[in-house]
Design a protein. Structure first.
Length: 103
């Protein structure tokens, strides 16, 4: 299930803009399948973003976030070529980590 995240990090002036598209079903546990049985809950609980060994974002999510979530944010203190690393962990304990260079 854990397809690679699509990450774009762009430096404009002294600010880095990061956009991340994560592939995840984000099931709430309230939806029923074709047979009428509840689909078990499975959603991203934690997202962490790191740049140059420093955490720049930590987010706690829940089941109300949509399927294949999109995250966008800005931070300062990085340069072109630095790596931005994004890691998520879901309610089943599965995790995914991907990185992109700042352009």
């Amino acid at each position: 299930m854990a397809d690679p995240m699509r990450i774009r990090a762009t430096l404009t002036g002294d600010t880095v803009e990061v956009k991340v598209l994560m592939a995840h079903p984000m099931e709430t546990g309230l939806r029923k399948d074709a047979d009428g049985k509840l689909v078990p809950a499975r959603y991203i609980e934690t997202v962490k973003v790191n740049c140059n060994g420093k955490d720049v974002l930590t987010a706690d999510w829940g089941p109300a976030v949509s399927k294949n979530p999109f995250l966008a944010f800005r931070f300062k203190g990085a340069a072109k070529g630095d790596k931005v690393t994004v890691t998520w962990t879901d309610s089943e304990g599965e995790s995914r980590t991907d990185e992109a260079a700042i352009g």
